[in-house]
Design a protein. Structure first.
Length: 458
């Protein structure tokens, strides 16, 4: 978690505990019951209680991080309840002195809330850490790291990465060592390897040769890769210099993607809108499922593997619009393909059912994909996910579209929906990836509604 997010979480815990204690009894000589009065004081800003709580949360966060660094554990994700308890004790004492000097009558609630703050803050951070570990075990949020340099320093970094569940070693690039199972290529092949192996981060781990390091860092930045370096020295300008300790090895992060907050906002919007959407259209989903069952033999829903972000496979959920053995026909019908490139599409597809043809025309068959959005496998807006057999036909430059989470709708769907050119599709996907921001998603969603209502779907 970032510093701001940690402060916000700690503030929420402190506020909740203060309010719970206030509801349990009185805290001043002038009020017998504070459950309503305390909330009123907060809303009216009396005695600046919110300010004191914010100061309390900031001090705890700052001192806890400082104590972690002093203890040689700068990784904020790893918690130490003893250190946290000591920090809360000291901050409680300091705040008590300040509150007493100000004449406020909050001493009792401060000390009663202290143990709850310890439990709440530790529990919240432990929950965040547990969710991270769980997500990493499923392959989500794991950074694919490529080490530049296969010498002694590079091998030491590789050994340290084995205990880092947030990173996965892809391999090495090295100029001198013979190519093998782990040494993928030479330094000049950085762009190709980064694309083919879906690399998220490069770790520069060889001494000297600052000019070579500079070129590698510039190339990695151009490819939107995170860059870390195990320094003997460095002389590259950086606006986002960060220090990290990887099992005793110092790492300096010279460049990081600055869109993390925007991407987090995108995910929040996906969860909120997909949840509301599923609740609202639940009766429509039931009616469509019934119509499919009455029209043809087979299940109402169809789950098929698709290529997702970084090439990871996921089960894409749709309404069934074809006969049950449609996949077996695909290779026989590929000679009739009307799309250019690796994707497959024919207008008069004999596999499509009567209800399926109507669902496809208005894109109703894709409504169950809101479940994929809720699970984090898809987004509301992004490049469309392709089938695995189409994905296997990708060229190296086609893999660029898999840098982001696939979407239900996208730039191609609202601008060139019937264009058969895969290169045009690719160009629009890359344009979306390169120029993405929150407002671009909003514009695409707004343009999707008339595109769907026009019945221009396949």
């Amino acid at each position: 978690m970032t510093f701001t997010a940690t402060v916000a979480a700690n503030f929420l815990v402190v506020f909740t505990n203060f309010f719970l204690i206030a509801n349990a009894g009185s805290i001043s000589k002038n009020s017998a019951h504070l459950n309503v009065a305390f909330l009123g004081q907060l809303l009216r800003g009396q005695e600046n209680i919110l300010g004191w709580l914010a100061l309390y949360a900031v001090l705890i966060t700052l001192l806890f991080q400082a104590e972690q660094h002093e203890a040689g554990k700068p990784n904020r994700a790893k918690l130490n309840p003893i250190i946290l308890g000591k920090v809360i004790l000291w901050v409680t004492v300091l705040l008590s002195v300040a509150v007493y000097q100000s004449g406020m009558h909050l001493l009792r609630i401060i000390w009663l809330a202290a143990p709850l703050n310890l439990v709440g803050m530790f529990g919240w951070q432990a929950l965040v850490r547990w969710q991270q570990v769980r997500a990493h075990a499923r392959g989500r949020g794991v950074r694919r790291a490529l080490i530049i340099g296969a010498g002694a320093l590079g091998r030491e970094v590789a050994a340290a990465l084995e205990s880092d569940d947030g990173r996965k070693l892809v391999g090495f690039l090295d100029e001198n060592e013979p190519r093998g199972e782990s040494i993928l290529a030479r330094l000049s092949d950085l762009s190709r390897i980064a694309r083919s192996e879906f690399v998220d981060e490069i770790i520069v781990a060889f001494p000297g040769k600052s000019e070579l390091k500079r070129r590698l860092i510039c190339e990695a930045r151009r490819r939107h890769l995170a860059v870390s370096i195990v320094p003997d020295y460095f002389d590259c300008e950086s606006r986002t210099l960060e220090f990290e300790c990887l099992r005793g090895l110092p790492l300096l992060t010279l460049h990081e993607d600055q869109r993390k907050l925007a991407l987090y906002s995108k995910r929040v919007v996906d969860v909120v809108l997909s949840s509301l959407g599923l609740l609202i259209i639940a009766p429509l989903i039931a009616l469509i499922a019934l119509a499919i069952k009455l029209d043809s033999r087979g299940p109402a829903f169809y789950r098929a593997p698709r290529a997702g972000r970084k090439g990871r496979s996921f089960a894409c959920c749709k309404f069934r619009t074809m006969v049950v053995n449609a996949d077996e026909w695909k290779e026989r019908l590929r000679k009739n393909n009307e799309r250019e490139g690796p994707t497959f599409k024919i207008a008069a597809d004999p596999r499509v059912t009567r209800v399926g043809r109507f669902l496809r025309r208005y894109s109703l068959d894709e409504l169950p994909q809101l479940c994929n959005v809720l699970r984090g496998e898809m987004s509301l807006v992004g490049p469309r996910p392709h089938t695995l057999d189409d994905f296997k036909r990708y060229r190296l430059d086609h893999l660029r579209r898999l840098d982001v989470t696939p979407g239900i709708t996208g730039l191609w769907q609202v601008t060139a929906r019937r264009d058969p050119s895969f290169q045009r599709n690719m160009a629009l996907d890359v344009e979306y990836i390169e120029n993405w921001d929150f407002w671009m998603d909003l514009r695409i969603l707004c343009r999707t509604v008339p595109a769907v209502l026009s019945g221009s779907g396949a």
